[in-house]
Design a protein around this ligand. Sequence first.
Ligand SMILES: Cc1cc2nc3c(=O)[nH]c(=O)nc-3n(C[C@H](O)[C@H](O)[C@H](O)COP(=O)(O)OP(=O)(O)OC[C@H]3O[C@@H](n4cnc5c(N)ncnc54)[C@H](O)[C@@H]3O)c2cc1C
Length: 357
Amino acid sequence: MEDILEKVKKEVGGKAMDIDRNNDMGDLVDFIKKSGILGVTVPEEYGGLGKGYYEACILGEELAKISGGVAHSIIVHGMAVDAIKMFGNEEQKEKYLPELARSFGGLAITEGRGGSDVANAVSMKAEKQGDVYVLNGTKTLITNGMFSDYFIVVGRTGEGGRGLTAFIVEKGDGIKPRKIELSGMRGSGLASLRFDNVEVPEENVLVAEGKGMRVALGTLAPNRVPFSAMGLGLAERCLELAIKRAKTRKAFGGTLSDLQAVQFMIADVAVEVEALRRMIYSIAKDMKDPTYEGAVVKIFSSRVAKKAADMAVQVYGGFGLHSCTAVEMAYRDAKVLDIAEGASEVMKLLISRNIFS
Ligand SMILES: Cc1cc2nc3c(=O)[nH]c(=O)nc-3n(C[C@H](O)[C@H](O)[C@H](O)COP(=O)(O)OP(=O)(O)OC[C@H]3O[C@@H](n4cnc5c(N)ncnc54)[C@H](O)[C@@H]3O)c2cc1C
């Protein structure tokens, strides 16, 4: 895996600022597809490297040091892979996992009516007509939406649309993406997806009709750990930039690093980055309760990343606020961690349930 990661990092490295500026990965999409990185967590028997959450964390951390958008894209792809690994039957695994080792996948749950309250907010119709389901509606804020070939989609099924069902949907089935301009994690192909009479064969239902919440929640929970590793990478990037700047920026007859106030800002973040690193990799190695541990690590990661980005901007002073610079980009990227894949308040809800139930 290391050689693949190095190859991707090298290619992304010189393009990170352009990806952010243009909100577009451009020809990197094809490069990534061919690189082998999409197959890291695909089991070996289906053409991948057979790695797990620990290695997914390494991908999230290392890529986020360079580009939040690319890191987010790879991490969300891993979620689509995981949904099929966890909930797919043998035929679905045989058909789709080899494809996902070389094409992007996405998770399409959120709609305009809300992403936190999935059970009530999903309004996409998935009507059974013979041996197909016909999907109508619009998903929004979908990472990889612009270039994914496969999506895990949650829609309403059954009498009166009371049930939620998860489907594997191929882009070729007629989904229409529209790019979304967001402040952070730019270049991750974020899009809204319109479904007009998209026909999905019944064999593409994951688990069974009515089990969509199980698929959505079961996929998101453990994957919040690799997601949080992006916060670690972002924070490490900010720490490194701030230290470098403090050592070289001249002020008051010395450098910023001679000032204890600046040293302490950096030291404070160094403590939290150390704690976050140990938390992430110890949980990734031995996850016991994905809902609880995923929520705990996600909250802590977003706090540390936001604090590190804020600190780096402060150390850079006015130059830290220049648009499209590395620290300013990190500042925008860090906020995404507070919201995407479950807002921090929803994570607190999951943690509280664990404590008080
Ligand atoms: C960059 C990015 C990428 C994303 N990628 C995907 C993707 O690939 N697939 C996908 O399906 N979705 C994706 N999302 C959507 C994401 O999961 C939702 O934005 C998130 O779950 C929050 O939903 P919402 O934005 O509708 O906010 P709402 O549900 O409207 O919530 C707004 C705010 O209300 C508060 N809140 C909500 N519920 C509660 C509660 N129960 N208790 C206390 N406070 C609460 C929180 O502060 C929350 O931030 C992405 C979002 C972003 C920003």
